[in-house]
Design a protein around this ligand. Structure first.
Ligand code: ADP
Length: 792
């Protein structure tokens, strides 16, 4: 410790300081030793003026004033010091022991104690300690007071800033002591804030919240822990609306039992409104989320040790999610757990969205779910977020349709190109027989009656015409099949008969190429319920092909067998040859319409590429199958037809509306109506040769006139005529009772079920498909020659 003599140098006191005002250095040692012992710092100044410069802090714990030699001046010094440092204890020291003046004025001037010369360190020490302790205690109290004040002020400021109301409810006295804020919140007069019954506050509470709030208070009073918490609305008288308050309190008990509940209230209207807005927005979000037809999922990506996305977890999904995926309750589960075979591409795509924050739209298959999806994925949250919202639609059906459409379009394009090629072939094929027919006609004109030449020419023309008719028949059959108009006329037949008839038909072709034919028929003939004409067509077509596509002198085998397969009995017809064969790549297409395989060794054999397509359709109409096999080029071909021996169970349409001819009729009065003069006259001539009278009408009007005047028994009426169609003529004839006995025969290129139904509806008695064969004409004449039976 030290005595500081220089007042300008201000050391920091550790506990407090002693101000020592004295102009006599001889007393220093005693003061210094006392100060050192007490652990105080002493500031030594020589005069009052000097001391007064220290009125500002740091203050002093004790002032020692040294006697100046003049009692009046000394009293003046004391007074000045007293006035300058009012609370500081002041001790006058160093007064002469034998003095001629009284010390009372010094006490009056402010000294608390007066010490004589020589200064006794123990006395000084004792006095100083007393005053210093007193000072310390007082200073301590002041500091504590100030700290308390500070805390209280801070708390008050905080409470005010937070808008918190503070209250105490004296339960026994039913007295609520609240602060002004609390009173204002509840609309209670602030003057009564210090003393109002609880009911004054309860009165402001919303009727719906009152009972629950009272219940909470009651619970707090009765409950051991005594904690009170409630949220309720109070009327905001100013705004005419309600404000939300949150109240908290704690019960305090004294030794006599429960006395009061202390607590706070805080206005939480803003929070409550924010909460309501949040809830409303959450509800809106949820409604939207669930009402969207698309599937929606919020997922969290999962990464492997190398930082690569390898899985994801479903955090949230909407209602449509399971409709689109078939996955129930996916939330919390991972994609790998739900779909172990889920393609890595999904994780890559989502990983990219999370990394870049750029949304993506893509179409991808989920193999495990057997579905295709159109997906939109976007990151949720800022960079670094692993959450992704995924919107998706199951487009499996759409995709299937698209693929199907694409396939259909490809097929159509393929068919179209085949059709174009076909038309070229058709033109060529039709022209081929026309040329010899035309030259035949010219020849006939020139030969003029040479019967041998005529017979030769007629043969040629016959053959060529047959070829033409065959071509056109095939074409018409194909057209009918395409329209689903072909009708089978099934009956119980012997398959041997069919095969033999086919062999007969194809024999001229087989023989002209000098092929050897091996016919292998079963020991027991196979009975079949089928259309013999159509089956003959099938076998004969296969035989013709075998003959056509086998080099001269080849071997053709037709074998018929019975076969059991899956407990079903089948008839098998195998037509094989050792011809040019079929390359493997063409196998798939030979049964398609207009397909012709290009063979390196083959010149054109004629044909339109429709034969096999027709064969297959006819076989399938019979409920059968046809397959082709070949070991390749020049290795021959094998065509195998399988037909069920199920018999009448097969759903084949039975149609036979022509009755069998009862025999040749006598001479009849007929009429032929056709706008094609050649056709009309040829038929008329044929009918004439048969012994009937058959004039010709060139259109519908002429026909009606002639029917009225000639009253023919039977009219052959062309359907497709310009001006008035055959149907119209028939309807008019049927409307005329005078013509009731007239029988009408439709002549048309179309012989389908619908065509027949239509002509029958128009009033026709029979339906003949052009070109009508002599047999068909004879049948019709025989059937219709009898007088018309009028059904009433
Ligand atoms: P086409 O009128 O051309 O004979 P098809 O539909 O009957 O038409 O046959 C289609 C194609 O199948 C033929 O052009 C031919 O290339 C091939 N084909 C049919 N039968 C045989 C066969 N027995 N041997 C080799 N090729 C054949």
């Amino acid at each position: 410790m030290q005595v500081v003599h220089d007042a300008g140098n201000k050391p920091r006191p550790t506990r407090g300081r002693v101000l020592f005002v004295c102009d006599r250095p001889d007393v220093d040692p005693a003061v210094a030793s006392v100060a050192a012992e007490l652990g105080y710092e002493v500031l030594r100044v020589p005069s009052a003026d000097e001391a007064l410069r220290h009125t500002a802090p740091p203050g002093f714990a004790l002032i020692l004033a040294g006697y100046t030699g003049d009692v009046h001046a000394f009293a003046g010094l004391l007074r000045r010091l007293r006035a300058a440092f009012p609370p500081t204890p002041l001790v006058a020291i160093g007064l002469p022991p034998r003095r001629d003046f009284a010390v009372e004025p010094l006490y009056e001037a402010g000294a608390l104690s007066v010490l004589d010369e020589p200064i006794s360190p123990p006395i000084l020490k004792s006095k100083a300690r007393f005053y210093l302790d007193a000072y310390d205690t007082a200073a301590e109290r002041t500091r504590a007071q100030e700290a308390l004040e500070e805390t209280r002020a801070r708390l008050e400021a905080t409470i005010a800033a937070a808008g918190i109301g503070v209250w105490t409810w004296d339960i026994d006295a039913d007295r609520v002591v609240a602060d002004r804020r609390m009173a204002v919140m509840f609309g209670v007069d602030p003057e009564l804030a210090e003393n109002a019954p609880l009911s004054a506050y309860l009165a402001a509470i919303h009727p719906d919240d009152l009972a629950p709030t009272e219940a909470r208070l009651q619970e707090a009073v009765n409950d051991g822990a005594g904690a009170y918490a409630a949220t309720y609305r109070v009327r905001d008288t100013g705004a005419g609306s309600w404000r939300w308050l949150l109240a908290r309190g704690q019960l305090e008990r004294n030794s006599q039992g429960v006395t009061r509940l202390r607590g706070v209230v805080i206005d939480v209207t803003v929070q409550k409104q924010a909460e309501e807005r949040l809830q409303a927005s959450e509800e809106r979000y949820r409604t939207l989320f669930d009402s969207v037809d698309d599937g929606i999922g919020v997922i969290e990506l999962l990464y492997d040790a190398g930082g690569k996305p390898c899985d994801y977890r479903y955090l949230e999904v909407n209602r449509a999610f399971s409709t689109h995926t078939g996955l129930a309750d996916p939330v919390g589960k991972t994609a790998r757990a739900l779909m172990p075979g889920h393609e890595g591409r999904w994780y890559e795509l989502y990983g990219r969205v999370a990394a870049t924050g750029e949304p993506v739209r893509f179409i991808e298959e989920a193999v495990d779910l057997h579905r295709w999806y159109e997906v939109y994925a976007a990151r949720v949250g800022p960079a670094g977020s692993r959450k992704i919202v995924v919107l998706f639609t199951d487009i499996t059906e759409r995709r299937r349709t698209e693929l199907e459409l694409r396939r259909l379009a490809d097929d159509l394009a393929e068919q179209d190109s085949r059709k174009t090629a076909f038309l070229a072939t058709l033109a060529h094929e039709l022209r081929n027989p026309l040329a010899p027919i035309r030259s035949g006609l010219q020849l006939m004109r020139r030969t003029r009656g040479d019967p041998q030449a005529l017979a030769r020419v007629q043969d040629i023309m016959d053959r060529q015409l047959d070829h033409l008719v065959h071509l056109v028949d095939d074409l018409l059959d194909v057209a009918r099949i395409t329209r689903g108009q072909i009708e089978l006329k099934p009956e119980w037949i012997d398959l041997d008969d069919v095969v033999r008839a086919a062999v007969d038909t194809s024999m001229p072709l087989i023989e002209s190429a000098r092929h050897r034919l091996d016919l292998r028929l079963p020991a027991t003939p196979l009975q079949l319920y089928a259309d013999p004409v159509r089956l003959t067509q099938v076998v004969s077509n296969l035989l013709n092909n075998a003959a056509k596509y086998t080099p001269r002198g080849g071997a053709i085998v037709v074998a018929v067998e019975r076969e059991f397969e899956h407990d079903r009995e089948q008839a098998v017809i195998v037509v094989s040859d050792n011809g040019i064969g079929i390359p493997a790549e063409s196998m798939g297409s030979i049964f398609q319409m207009f397909t012709q395989v290009s063979h390196p060794s083959l010149r054109s054999h004629g044909g339109l590429g429709i034969g096999l397509s027709l064969v297959r359709s006819l076989v399938e109409l019979h409920g059968g199958t046809i397959t082709a096999a070949s070991r390749g080029i020049d290795a021959g071909s094998v065509f195998t037809v399988r037909l069920p021996l199920a018999g009448k169970d097969s759903p084949m349409p039975v149609q036979d509306n022509l009755e069998t001819a009862p025999g040749a009729p006598a001479a009849l009065q007929l009429l032929v109506v056709d706008d094609n003069r050649d056709a009309a006259e040829t038929l008329a001539a044929l009918l004439g040769i048969m012994g009937h009278t058959a004039p010709v009408a060139a259109d519908g009007h002429q026909a009606l006139r002639m029917i009225a005047s000639l009253r023919p028994q039977i009219v052959f009426l062309d359907i497709g005529m310009p001006g008035m169609s055959g149907y119209e003529v028939a309807e008019k004839v049927r409307a005329d009772p005078q013509c009731a006995g007239v029988r009408l025969v439709a002549l048309t290129g179309w012989g389908g079920e619908a065509d027949r139904a239509r002509s029958s509806a128009a009033g026709f008695d029979a339906h003949l498909t052009k070109p009508a064969t002599v047999t068909a004409i004879e049948d019709v004449l025989a059937r219709l020659a009898a007088p018309r039976q009028l059904t009433s």
